[in-house]
Structures are given as C-alpha cells and as structure tokens.
Design a protein around this ligand. Structure first.
Ligand SMILES: [Zn+2]
Length: 245
C-alpha cells in the first residue's frame, strides 16, 4: 500500500449474527481501537436460531438470544468496543428490507461513523464447502445502501429528519469477504485479541478451539502482501476529505 495507514476516528461494524464480527473483522477493529478509534458494533439479529439441540424448540429462542447477546457483549469488551446495538431481527429469516435499511441509516446518522465495516452482499459461494448464510448477505446489502445513498441524502427516510437525525456522509466502506479485495490490514498485533474475542461465543464453539483456523485464515490473507496476519477488504473511498473532529 502506498498510502499511509488509514485509521478512522469513528467506525461502525455491522453484522447479521453474534460471532460474525469475530470470525471476520475483529482484528482490524482492535487495531483501529488501539490507535484511538471509537467503534460501534451493530448486530442485526441476536442469533436465536443458533442451536440444533434436539431438545430445544421455539420457546428456547428468547433465552438463546439473551445468551448470545451476552456473549457478543463480552467479545466486544475484549476487542475494546464500548457501544453495542442489537436490532433484534429474526435469525435465519433476514431480508434486506427498507425497514432494516432505515434502522441502519438511523444508527449511522446518530453515531456518525467515518468508516463502516461489513460483509460482502455479493458473496454466495466460498470455496467448495461453504454457502454464505443469506442473513450475512442481507445485513451487508442493507448496510451498503444505508451507507450510500440513505445516510447522506436528506430526502430519503424523511421520518428520520423528524426524529432529529440529519444526513451524515460515511467516508469509507470496508467490505470483508470480497473476491476483489484491494486492502490488507495488518492484524499481527491483534490476532490474539481476535481469537480471545471469538472464544467468548461459547454457545457456538462447544469444545472446538478456533485459534488454529483463525491464524491460518489470517496468514493466508497476508502472505502475498508481506504480512504475517491480515484481514482483507475491498475498500470504497466515498470521500477523500480528512476528518477534523
Ligand atoms: Zn453468521
């Protein structure tokens, strides 16, 4: 990379489920936080479909949602994130609706992030073994269009103006999981934090220790870019203007 390392002053991380952020972008968020960035973590569903135990049925879902929100809050504390917002959409049935886009637009206008970090709404097949969860794509698509055009355009969702939320322009969008990555963030100093944050999601991991896999992924992403461990992004630069705040 020729440009000086980019560190936003404020960033928002938007993901479908508790644990998505830790599997994907938490190393970058931790690095930015160590450099003085404030991060807001937005979790669209509370992961209330995240159990295949034969004894668990619909009446378990509220309890599981509470458990997973607590796990996410612990993970965020590990990363250094002070603000977490749960939107409580249903896990496993997420769509990129206008309601979701409006909810995300409201949060962007409220917290005024300079950068937004999310997944790739176009990612469907990863390798030969993983079909991307449709909730991931839905959250990413709603986040993408909340960033542009909804947050910065005054006359989209005018009900938000009535609530007191003026337009806000996000300057950079970091998209993780793209097959067109162009930016590699060095996470050598924060991969340990990423691992310990992911381990907070005990309800999902069971006895499995995710450390080896996370390190292998990060080594793979970094290896052609001179980095021991990295997270890769496609970055949209929507404004070159420096933040003065
Ligand atoms: Zn997920």
């Amino acid at each position: 990379m020729s440009e000086k390392e980019y560190i936003p002053k404020r960033a928002m991380s938007i993901h479908a489920h508790p644990d998505d952020q830790e599997f994907t972008v938490a190393g970058t968020l931790a690095r930015w936080i160590q450099a003085g960035c404030e991060v807001v973590s937005v979790i669209v569903t509370s992961g209330d479909a995240g159990s295949n135990e034969p004894t668990k049925n619909a009446d378990y879902k509220p309890e599981l949602a509470k458990l997973r929100e607590a796990e996410q809050s612990s993970a965020n504390a590990e990363v250094g994130i002070k603000e977490t917002v749960f939107l409580h959409y249903p896990d496993g049935a997420l769509e990129p609706t206008l309601n979701l886009r409006r909810d995300l637009t409201r949060l962007i206008r409220r917290y005024k992030p300079e950068a937004v970090v999310t997944g790739d709404p176009q990612g469907v097949f990863y390798g030969n073994g993983y079909i991307n969860h449709p909730d991931h794509r839905a959250a990413a698509q709603a986040a993408l269009y909340a960033v542009f055009p909804s947050s910065e355009t005054r006359l989209i969702f005018t009900e938000l103006l009535a609530e007191g939320y003026e337009p806000h322009k996000v300057k950079r969008l970091y998209v993780h999981g793209s097959d067109k990555s162009d930016t590699w963030v060095d996470i050598a100093a924060t991969i340990g934090i990423k691992v310990s944050a992911l381990k907070k999601h005990a309800s999902q991991l069971g006895d499995w220790d995710p450390e080896k896999m996370l390190r292998e992924w990060a080594a793979e992403e970094g290896k052609e870019h001179g980095l021991e461990y990295a997270e890769a992004y496609k970055v949209m630069i929507l404004s070159e203007e420096e933040d003065r705040g």
